[in-house]
Ligand binder design. Structure first.
Ligand SMILES: [Zn+2]
Length: 687
């Protein structure tokens, strides 16, 4: 390794010294360095967070699967763009491909976004196999670990498998380990495309912006663990002059524990990655699905809407079942031509939506645009729009009759139709909130030869097609809120986060403790306001509070609720409105990221220093625990008020930090909220 860089271009964050063949990025907690060796190859030689070096041997920044060895850059040129982006452009020897890697730096946040683009400047086609957006070699250290996060699974077990953090010491990783997308191709059906490297002082968080097939592979080799992170089951024939962009990878260094890392990560994602959200976000939702399923009409839903509005809901969403064509023998009949069913809504959906708005709520509607009725009008008119594999349509396997077929968004005609159709639905029916569902995957993808994509890259083309449709939809309807739902959490990643405002976490939303655990785990990666769960038929105060760690809602037949249940919900709504501003602030899992008899979360207001502690007791004989919240200001006196009542306590910041605070819950299951705020400075002085 060389000494201090001979700085040719630098603002202190990015240093480039082409003569010496050294390029470096330095942020408070994350530092990366690439060097050209004597043979001319340029490799990543260092990736440090805090004091720890994570690169155990120099690693090529680009590799082509199928070739015997990863290939390193030669003939590298580097430029610094706008002082915050390092652009390395090089030629990859065996293929002659040109590869451009751009690393954009968010210096105060210790975050970089790495983008790789491949260009064929040779005279002939070049075959690209599965491509990884990130390569690393990490040491086999016993005092550091790799963490991955399970995705959104249908989940009746407790503790849930969904969004479970799985950690392995780096010296215990087996010969070859791989995690990735679900077999059906949905990105987070098995694991979220994210991983963490952790040690006692901090670590590295990494996520890929990709909503389709992907893989994180770790292979043991000597003293290294070789790690690749990229799209899988893919190949593409790159024509002369053609460019192809790989999914972006976001890398974040952090100091402290995983809560500190997750807090910084969520702040960055909310600020720089996700669409902005409306004021008073997230809105408290009513969704009709679990109360009525497909058995709906305007009269019944309007009655529910009145109750929901009175109880404090802020958006009323009609889920599946509003369109014409549904038949008893086919769940998907009518899908593909998304036209209102005037037998159920005689005055039309726009008029229904106006009534909802007159009650003070926004109006929402569900669609599943990527899946259509095989016997419907759309497929009859455009049989070639269906995604196919080995000559047959890609179907959702089902036991109770037709389950629909998958459209191919690798086909630009389908992209245009879908964009126009969904914009029409939003505009014609006056939709404020669109729930975009995706209950089937594309498997290995469409292999049709006549859709405008290649036979081996159908899933890649579909995923980019989806992004294009969502981008055009948002440009045409800038105030529209989009809820991302893929059977609950099966396509939740930085790719969908780029275009959507909230995410339905899991279709298993029936048991409070499971919903709570899902949000607890998913919140390690995703902004809390992006995590949407509802109360169904369980509706005591703890059940409602268990859904308050993210976006809160209800899906229940409110007309059957007792007066007491209504009053409990109204109390929950009042509590949630007090908690809501804290959801964009820091969260600390005071009982750790794993499920136990108790869960306790501290959530801190992002601008004033007050915080709330939500505590839940689910099992066991222990009716009292002591938790140690992070005290935002040690020099203040803190007033602690318990939602269960009693006199408010005051305690000095130092005492609170040193001794923590005791929480008692007698009931099982039961819950408590502690509201903690500093007393006024005058009170501090006189006290
Ligand atoms: Zn296709």
């Amino acid at each position: 390794m060389q000494g201090p860089v001979d700085v040719a271009v630098s603002d202190g964050t990015i240093a480039a010294s082409p003569e010496a063949g050294v390029w470096a990025i330095e942020t408070p907690v994350l530092a990366l360095r690439w060097e050209r060796d004597r043979g001319g190859d340029t490799r990543l030689v260092s990736l440090r967070t805090g004091g720890r070096e994570w690169v155990s041997s120099p690693v090529p920044v680009f590799a082509i699967a199928g070739s015997s060895m990863p290939v390193a850059f030669e003939d590298v040129e580097a430029t610094v763009v706008d002082g915050r982006s390092l652009r390395l452009c090089g030629r990859v020897p065996p293929s002659g491909l040109t590869v451009v890697m751009s690393v954009t730096v968010y210096e105060p946040d210790s975050v970089v976004v790495a983008d790789i683009e491949v260009e064929n400047r040779t005279g002939g086609d070049v075959e690209l196999g599965s491509l990884s957006s990130l390569h690393l070699t990490v040491p086999r250290d016993g005092d550091a670990s790799l963490a991955v996060l399970a995705g959104g699974r249908w989940d009746e077990s407790l503790p849930p498998r969904g969004y479970r953090l799985q950690t392995t010491n780096l010296d215990e990783i087996g010969r070859r380990v791989a995690v990735g997308a679900a077999a059906d191709g949905r990105s987070s059906g098995e694991h979220v495309p994210w991983f963490a490297l952790l040690d006692d002082a901090g670590g590295l968080l990494a996520a890929m912006a990709w909503s389709g097939r992907w893989q994180l592979g770790i292979a043991r080799s000597g003293e290294d663990n070789g790690l690749t992170f990229g799209i899988s089951d893919f190949s593409h024939r790159l024509a002369p002059g053609e460019k192809l962009a790989l999914p972006s990878v976001v890398l974040a260094g952090f100091a402290g524990d995983l809560d500190d890392g997750a807090n910084a990560w969520r702040r960055w994602v909310s600020r720089y990655w996700m669409p902005s959200t409306p004021p008073d976000w997230p809105w408290i939702q009513y969704n009709h699905w679990y109360a009525y399923f497909g058995d709906i009409d305007a009269e019944r839903l309007l009655e529910e809407a009145r109750l929901a509005a009175t109880a404090g809901c802020e958006v009323f969403v009609i889920d599946d079942g509003w369109f014409r064509g549904r038949r008893p023998d086919s769940y998907v009949a009518g899908w593909g031509d998304w036209v209102e069913d005037l037998t159920r809504f005689p005055d039309g959906l726009r008029a229904f939506g106006e009534q909802v708005r007159s009650l003070g709520m926004r109006f929402g509607l569900w669609v599943e645009p990527e899946r259509v009725d095989e016997d419907g009008d759309l497929v009859r008119q455009h049989p070639d729009w269906v995604a196919t594999r080995r000559g047959g349509p890609i179907r959702k396997p089902g036991s109770d009759g037709p389950e629909g077929v998958h459209l191919c968004l690798g086909n630009p005609e389908v992209q245009r139709w879908m964009t126009d159709e969904i914009i029409r639905v939003v505009r014609d029916y006056g939709v404020d909130w669109l729930k975009w569902d995706y209950n089937m995957g594309y498997g290995l993808g469409c292999d049709a030869e006549d859709h405008g994509h290649q036979s081996t890259d159908g899933h890649f083309a579909h995923t980019h097609g989806l992004y294009a449709v969502l981008a055009r939809l948002r440009a045409a309807c800038p105030d529209l809120v989009i809820e991302n739902c893929a059977s609950g959490g099966h396509r939740i990643d930085l790719g969908t986060l780029r275009h959507t405002h909230t995410n339905w976490v899991s279709d298993y939303t029936h048991r409070a403790a499971i919903c709570r655990q899902h949000v607890q785990g998913a919140g390690l990666v995703l902004p809390l306001v992006h995590l949407n769960t509802w109360a169904l038929e369980d509706r005591d105060l703890s059940d409602f509070r268990s859904r308050m760690g993210g976006a809160f809602g209800v899906s229940s037949f409110m007309g059957r609720w007792t007066a007491e249940e209504r009053a409990t919900f109204e109390q929950a709504v009042a509590e949630y409105r007090r908690i809501r501003p804290c959801l964009t602030g820091d969260r600390y899992l005071l009982t750790g990221p794993w499920h136990g008899d108790w869960d306790a979360w501290q959530i801190v207001h992002p601008s004033d220093v007050s915080f709330a502690i939500l505590a839940f007791r689910d099992h066991g004989h222990v009716s009292e625990i002591r938790v140690h919240p992070r005290v935002p200001d040690m020099d203040r006196t803190w007033r602690i008020e318990r939602a269960s009542g009693g006199t408010a306590e005051t305690v000095s910041g130092r005492d609170l930090a040193a001794n923590g605070i005791v929480i008692s819950i007698e009931e099982v299951p039961g819950s408590e909220i502690l509201w903690c705020s500093p007393t006024s400075p005058e009170a501090d002085r006189t006290g």
